[in-house]
Every structure is written in structure tokens, then in C-alpha cells.
Design a protein around this ligand. Structure first.
Ligand SMILES: Nc1ncnc2c1ncn2[C@@H]1O[C@H](COP(=O)(O)OP(=O)(O)OP(=O)(O)O)[C@@H](O)[C@H]1O
Ligand SMILES: Nc1ncnc2c1ncn2[C@@H]1O[C@H](COP(=O)(O)OP(=O)(O)OP(=O)(O)O)[C@@H](O)[C@H]1O
Ligand SMILES: [Mg+2]
Ligand SMILES: [Mg+2]
Lengths: 227, 227
């Protein structure tokens, strides 16, 4: 469902070039549950953003469901993102002028879902992540972990087949974090492809595949099913 | 060094009032290493912001080094913050137009430190957190964990006697997180008072005192020295 072929990402800062990804190749099969781990600064978020079509590689190919994303223009890419990919950002990226409810409704507005249906779904999603009593709070009226949970609810709004989550439990206590992992487990069992970047070693018990990143390169790929 | 006397914080949202802190009282002695834990949304960041004089309680008293903060005007409070308190924010709060180096220099500019001295110290602090090769990156050219480490370096800029850190390792891999804990340990052994809000249960091995918060109240205070 996701394939990278020798993907490189170079940030050109004038006198300095930062090689964030130095040639990444792998294939993720439909319905997998992939954990991506690696040191701070090793390229995980860069990788996930390119995978989620939020950024383009400097060179190399990215295939989503067999389609070459470099052949797509920006609007086709945006539609692909809106329909197929739910993205949880490491720094949440919520819109500060909108309430929690409105933030979760936003992807459904783009998908053309009618008002009553999307409001109902947004409420259900926020209740599922324990924020039923925070619907009308704006992001700066929410705790860090509450903002993170709004970002998770928003990623699930259009029931996308692929979920990309960048450190989704970093601001959550153990119990809230386990609630989120239960949700991901349930989504995975319903057939979705889950790809999570995390620093939490316990997540090794959740996933089926582990990809280890170091210095912009894949250090190893492991099967986790018998751990 | 820090004393709370029946501190309450109520957010008035018109038709709804959120009681983030419902009456918190405790004393932190000079040189302690306090860990604050509790569920997402329980009031930890609110508590830490009031402790760091970034916010005022709705009612109750806060004493820093015996001085009643409610008797101070905003400029006196700002000077107290700049000289005595280093604050690491849960969402970093870096200035997006400044480089990592300039962000770390900022508190020293307010303290009137001359240019050459503060630049030298900012470089040393960024090297200490492993960002010696990222001095001229702006926050959006840094990974999440790198931004977190710039926020930590900035909090230490004026060598403050009190360090307040709101989930300082949430975006760091285990190894980078341990580097930060080593720095905190060293600062503690040099006589500083360290107060860390964290969701990481391993931090229980670092601190001397544990304060557990739940629903805006203190659920328990434990001595950790024999764990
Ligand atoms: N400006 C505000 N207006 C209304 N409610 C607020 C505001 N700021 C915070 N809150 C609420 O106060 C409560 C405490 O928030 P706080 O940020 O202190 O939690 P926390 O313990 O730090 O949580 P986390 O672990 O998720 O960071 C939360 O339930 C939050 O929704
Ligand atoms: N816009 C940019 N310009 C220059 N360098 C960048 C830019 N964005 C990221 N980098 C660099 O690319 C590298 C990879 O960043 P990335 O955000 O992918 O790391 P990460 O693995 O997600 O780290 P973390 O675990 O800290 O979130 C980092 O060293 C970072 O400094
Ligand atoms: Mg990252
Ligand atoms: Mg918080």
C-alpha cells in the first residue's frame, strides 16, 4: 500500500545541506501495523510527511496503492490525502481559531460530508478519545494531551484506510496512552494500515513490523509477531 | 522555596466554568527534585505555570523564596521569572523567526548579559543537549525532539536556581531522554531545585519527591529516596 524507492530528502540551507533522508527503500503491505523508531533527528517525521504526501522527496519514488505520487499535481495529491490518509502531527497542527469539534469536522467539510452527519461523527470521535466534555474548547483552552487527542480524532474523521501517527502518545499518561493504543488496535483489526512513529519502547508489543531509522537511513526491519 | 496555599484556578468560559485547580497546598524545599505526575487534563501544566509566575491563581497564595507573588506587579514578576526560574514549556514556545542560538540567547539579553559572553554560553548549552550542529536552524528546520532540546537549553540560559520542566522528554528517544536526565541530575547535585511534570514512570527513579495530581487536586505526596 506504501512503497518507497530510494527516497532522499535534502534540505538546502544555502551554505549547508542537511540530508534528512539518504536513500530509503521499503514496502508496507495493506493491513500492516508498522512501528517506526529511531533517535531524535534521525528522519522519522520527514519520512512520515513524505509518506503522507505532505511533502515531496528530493529524489526517489513514492507509491501509494501503486500510484506514483510524483506524477500527481497538488490538487490530486490533496484529494488522495483527504480520502486515503489520516495524519496525526507531532505538534498537532490544530487550527487555533476553531473549537475541538470544528477541528475534527474540518476533513469532513473537505470531503463534502453534510453538516448533521459530520457533527455527529465528530462528537462520537471526541467522546471516543475522552473529550466529550471539551467539544467547544479551542486548542489554547486544552491541555497538551487533550490537544493531542483532538489531533488523533481529526485524523480518523474520514475513516481513512491508512493512518499515519507521529508520536501520538508523547503527551499522554499511561492510561490515556493505552486508550489510544486500544483504538489503533481496533482500527487495525478492522483492516486499516497503521504506521506509527514513536519513542515508546512498549509500542513494540502493538505492531507487526518494526522499522528502525538512524541518520536518514533504515538501520533494520524486523517482524514483531512473535515478541 | 515554593509554597502554594489553597491555590485555585478557575477558567471562566461564559456558561461553563472549568475548575483546573480546586485548592492545592504544598511546600517544596530548596534543593528538592520533585516529580509531578497525573492524568492528561488533571491540572499539571496549570500548576506549573502558576508556580513559574506565568499565570496568577484565581484564589490562594503562591510564595517564591518566601515572597508573596500576589503582592508583585507584572514587571517585578517578570524580573523574578528571568532571574530565578527556568521554564521548559510542554509545547516549547520557541520564537519562530529566531535561530536555535538566538532563542537560547534571549533570556540572557533580558538579563543584560553582554553579547560575546551570552553567545559563548548559548553555544555551550546547545552543545550540551547535542545540538552543536543545529545552531542556525530555526524551529521549523528542527525535529520535534530538537525543538524540545532548544527549549531545555533556553531554560538553563541564566543558570536559574529553580528549574520547572513540563514533560521535557516527551519527544525524545530513550537515549536522548537519558542525556537530559543526566543534565538535570547534575544541576540538582549543584544545588538547584528541579520540578518536572512528566508522564514517564521511569522518572520516579530520578526524583526525591513525587506529587500526584488528579482532577485539580493533590492525590498524594510520596518520598522517593528509598525506591
Ligand atoms: N484557557 C483555558 N480555558 C478553559 N479550560 C482550560 C484552559 N486551559 C486549560 N484548561 C482545562 O484545564 C484542565 C487542566 O489543564 P492542564 O493543561 O493543566 O492539564 P495537564 O495536567 O497539564 O494535562 P496534560 O498531561 O494533557 O498536559 C484541562 O481539563 C483543560 O481542558
Ligand atoms: N526544514 C528543514 N531545514 C533543514 N533541516 C531540517 C528541516 N526539517 C528537518 N530538518 C533536519 O532533518 C533532520 C530530520 O528531522 P525529522 O523531523 O525527520 O527528525 P525526527 O526523527 O522526527 O526527530 P524527533 O524524534 O526529534 O521528532 C533533523 O536533523 C532536522 O534538524
Ligand atoms: Mg519527529
Ligand atoms: Mg500539560
Amino acid at each position: 500500500v506504501v512503497e518507497f524507492i530510494n527516497v532522499k530528502k535534502i534540505y538546502d540551507m544555502g551554505e549547508v545541506k542537511v540530508e534528512a533522508l539518504k536513500g530509503i527503500s521499503f514496502e508496507i503491505l495493506k493491513g500492516d501495523y508498522v512501528i517506526i523508531m529511531g533517535p531524535s533527528g534521525s528522519g522519522k517525521s520527514t519520512l512520515l510527511h513524505i509518506m503522507g504526501c505532505l511533502d515531496r522527496p528530493t529524489s526517489g519514488k513514492v507509491l501509494i496503492d501503486g500510484e506514483d505520487t510524483s506524477k500527481m499535481n497538488d490538487s490530486k495529491l490533496a484529494r488522495l490525502r483527504n480520502q486515503k490518509i489520516g495524519f496525526v502531527f507531532q505538534s498537532f497542527n490544530l487550527l487555533s481559531k476553531l473549537t475541538a469539534l470544528e477541528n475534527v469536522e474540518l476533513p469532513m467539510i473537505y470531503a463534502g460530508i453534510e453538516k448533521r452527519k459530520r457533527k455527529k461523527r465528530a462528537i462520537e470521535l471526541l467522546e471516543m478519545v475522552g473529550l466529550g466534555d471539551r467539544l467547544n474548547h479551542r486548542p489554547n483552552q486544552l491541555s497538551g494531551g487533550q490537544q493531542q487527542r483532538v489531533a488523533i480524532a481529526r485524523a480518523l474523521a474520514n475513516d481513512p484506510p491508512i493512518i499515519l501517527a507521529d508520536e501520538p502518545t508523547g503527551n499522554l499518561d499511561t492510561k490515556s496512552g493505552e486508550e489510544i493504543l486500544k483504538i489503533f488496535k481496533m482500527l487495525h483489526e478492522s483492516g486499516k494500515t497503521i504506521i506509527v512513529v514513536t519513542h515508546d519502547p512498549d509500542m513494540i508489543h502493538e505492531g507487526k513490523t518494526l522499522i528502525k531509522i538512524k541518520d536518514g537511513l533504515i538501520e533494520g526491519v524486523e517482524v514483531l509477531e512473535f515478541v
